[in-house]
Design a protein around this ligand. Sequence first.
Ligand code: C5P
Length: 216
Amino acid sequence: FQLKLLVGKRVLITAGPTFERIDAVRGITNSSSGKMGYAIARAAWESGADVVLISGETALATPLGCRRIDVQSAEQMLQAVDAEVDEADIFISVAAVSDYYVLNPSEQKIKKDAHILTLELGPNPDILANITARDNPPFCVGFAAESENLLEYAEAKRRRKKLPLLAANLVQNAMGADDNEIILLDDDGETRLTRAPKLDVARRLIAHIARLYQKR
Ligand code: C5P
């Protein structure tokens, strides 16, 4: 038995790592597996939502019922989100977006020699903050992966990015793992989602989002 809490709602989700190209064969990425975002996409679909999943490169199969759009870089992810977000009632930003991109990626493979090689990096746009800064944003949910001072950093991030809900987890608990535990921060305070398989945590997160969305 499952409550169809989001019937008719359109949910946009970003998931996975971004990949910032250095040259023809190399790039900068991170250790996000995409598992949490994909689990949330599946849980949203189970609850009756129409789900669009914008995904960096992962080894995962498209969750049942979801429309998936593949991207590589943060810039491509931003453009995909821009193109889809007007249709969304709820935007859940789970992707681990690179903070920087390579300013002058090389078309050809860079050859090695004895010299020091310097990469120049420019800051990437903050996709989520771009959306929450709009006039009529969808209900936005952010993620914060921290390695220390979890609650303090996460609450600061929630305020800075103007988020009604932020899901905070420890990098060492979350990234690449099959289980996760999350602390939800919203205007009413903290809610702890205890350690469990990511799909289980995702279902509890979707139930929480549906409650907040209904009383917003
Ligand atoms: O600032 P930080 O990267 O820790 O914030 C994490 C949250 O912001 C996540 O929800 C992530 O998906 C989102 N984010 C984003 N674009 C960025 C950086 C983070 O959408 N460039």
